[in-house]
Design a protein around this ligand. Sequence first.
Ligand code: PEP
Ligand code: MN
Length: 357
Amino acid sequence: METKNWIKDFNNPLMIAGPCSAESELQMMTIAEQMPKDVEIFRAGIWKPRTKPNSFEGVGAIGLNWLKRVGDEFGIKTTTEVATANHVKLALEYDIDILWIGARTTVNPFQVQEIAEALRDTDKIVLVKNPVNPDLELWIGALERLNQQGIKNLGVIHRGFSTYKKDKYRNQPQWQIALDFRNRFPDIPIIGDPSHIAGTRDLIEEVSQKAFNFGFDGLMVETHHNPDEAWSDAKQQITPHRLQEIMEHLQVRSVNDENQDYHQALEVYRNQLDDKDRQVLEMLSERMRIAEEIGELKKKHNITVFQPKRWGEIRDYMHELAHKYGLTPEFIEEYLAAVHQESIKVQNSVMNENIDS
Ligand code: PEP
Ligand code: MN
């Protein structure tokens, strides 16, 4: 891909901030006025892709006037999400500086192609969010579609990936995918979106620092003067004042930082460990649920909780497996003892249910 190095015209790191959605002219002007001075690009969603109908779906084209006014009066560059050829036409008409493609659009090649054609040969910067599913090729495919239409000022935004079970993050970050992207396209800037990864305010700083540990070039942070009252994504928005504080705390790691490779490798390993720990806990909880069922069954048939023969079989089997997987017999003994004790506790409490009450 032949791309241009547009990011050198901005500060390092590049800060993009503004509300999830434009709500009113006053809201936009108020936020812009309070914005930390190092924020160089003001974001606001005008058309909002919402999960369910009957949610607030954005103010529409009128918001472009407000965004333009913010740009003119505060001398800040502007950006909004485009999802159709018509959005592109309007955003270009209002001379919005930078356009981004949202996660729900990047997944759809027809949609991306339509947008790319509507943008043909533009000098505008176009930022492409990762698709909602962790598919690096699909993400790159979207960039290629834009590039084939002569769009050279390209960047990407890592906003995390959807999962069915929600745990710590709203959208699970996959730093490894961002690093793989960087290896393939070292000249295309990568921006972190801690807001959509975190989903809650108190994780914004932590996720932002991680993005810098991985050598990201900037951040896009949802910022609102009254976050609790925001019409969309209220939980994850922070005030411009809080953004200023976070920016003061963050350590930006330059690409030449000797420790950079170490930090990145460490983070990737830690993320893998976190993921495995979560899976182990999920499995253990599932195991205890099954122990509970067994407790019910034993109670019904009046059988004792502890069955020495069965326990002997489990131990033999587990030692065999442990050997195969390279785990020490001592570790497996301790693990089994803990699991066995807990299972017995669970079964006992099932059997004693009516006695206790
Ligand atoms: C947004 O930036 O407000 C947005 C809708 O993001 P995403 O496409 O990442 O869900
Ligand atoms: Mn949002």
